[in-house]
Every structure is written in C-alpha cells, then in structure tokens.
Design a protein. Structure first.
Length: 211
C-alpha cells in the first residue's frame, strides 16, 4: 500500500512530519510520501522522505505569473504531484496539461476525482494513478472505506486494469488502511488524521502498523 500524506495548508511542521514519515517508511518498508506546501518541498525532501507536490500548473516555462512549474518542484526535490484535488479542482484540459507537464519534468502523477464516473475520465488521461475522494467525507474522520465502500470498488472497476486507484477521505487508522486494500485500493491519500494529530509520528506508526 502507498500512503500519500497531503499536508494541505494545515498549520503543522512539515519537516517534523516528513522526518517521522521517512523513519516510518524505513522501519516498516511501507511506501510513504509527503505532499507539503510548495514552499516547503525542498526542506521536506532534505529529510529523505518521498516528496510530492500538491499541484502543478499545466504550463511550461514562460510568462505565467503565479504558476507552479512542474520543473521547479522537481528541481526542489519532488518526485510526484497530485492534480485536481477536490480543493484544487481543474477543468479536463487543465488536468491533461498538468499531467503532460509533470511527465516532462519526470514527476509521477495521481489525479484525484470525486466519484467513479470522474475516475473513469481521469484514468483515460493516463496518469500514473487516480485517487477517489468523496468531498463530503474529507476531513470528517469517517473513512470512505467504511462509509461508502462501493465508491472504492466502483472506482477500481472504472479505472480499468492499467491505472491503480488510491482512495481517501477520513482515513486515519490502520483498520481504515486494511479496509481500503480489501476493496482493491493500492494506496490511500490522507491528511487531517496525521497533519492535525497531537503526535503525528504516533499517528503514522499506528496507521501502517497492521500492514
Ligand atoms: O483530502 C484528503 C487527502 O488529500 C483527505 O483528507 P482527510 O484525510 O483529512 O479526510
């Protein structure tokens, strides 16, 4: 299972969480990546943890003020990027351009979507993986794998054989992770369960413990 930890814009210490994630990955062999704020990518990557961007713009270098270049986040140490997160929705053409920009920069891509229909469309754009996250469950602590297991199994079917599916929203425990795996997800995307925890290291350790 791939554990992709999205720190969003939470008021957490990204380096402390990244160092804990690097240790947990080393100690358990579980693939754990951290997606911090863009400005923290370099500092997070220095911990040795697999580092992702939360978003890249679908542009190359040029006159694009305020954009986030895929090449720039790759230079800073990121090896992958989320695209079209529920809190950063893009139009289809922008998602396509974002995937192509990420590919040019050598970044792995996970395209997020709300439901199995959107997962089918996202998978046709040929990202490395897709992630289904029902927006109504994000940040609730109610795991998608329990509240709406069919959205995961239907997304796995919709994505087809070629594109792995992650699931997210409300995932915070090892039990949630196992449930996601049983539904066919190859990873989880999570945020508040670790980023807002009093002890993020302990939260991460407990999360991967049953794997
Ligand atoms: O949006 C998410 C991850 O990208 C899920 O957030 P929560 O884990 O806080 O529900």
């Amino acid at each position: 299972m791939f554990v992709l930890l999205n720190l969003k814009a939470y008021a957490c210490d990204p380096v402390e969480i990244a160092a804990a994630a690097a240790d947990v990955a080393d100690e358990t062999g579980v693939r754990v990546a951290v997606a911090p704020q863009t400005a923290a990518i370099g500092r997070v990557a220095e911990t040795g943890v697999e580092t992702w961007a939360q978003h890249v713009s679908g542009v190359g270098s040029g006159s694009h003020t305020g954009s986030t270049l895929a090449e720039a986040v790759a230079d800073a140490g990121a090896t992958g990027t989320l695209l079209n997160h529920s809190e950063r929705r893009r139009r289809l053409a922008d998602i396509d351009a974002g995937i192509r920009a990420a590919e040019r920069a050598g970044l792995e891509t996970v395209v997020c979507a709300n439901n199995p229909r959107q997962i089918a469309a996202a998978a046709r754009l040929e990202p490395d993986a897709v992630a289904v996250e029902p927006p109504e469950l994000i940040g609730t602590g109610t795991p998608v794998s329990k509240a709406d297991p069919e959205i995961v199994t239907d997304s796995v079917a919709a994505a087809g054989d070629e594109v792995p599916v992650l699931c997210g929203a409300g995932i915070s425990t090892g039990e949630d992770l196992l449930a996601a795996a049983e539904l066919g997800a190859e990873g989880v995307l999570l945020a508040s369960g670790v980023a807002k925890a009093d002890d993020p290291r302990a939260a991460l350790e407990a999360l991967v413990e049953p794997l």
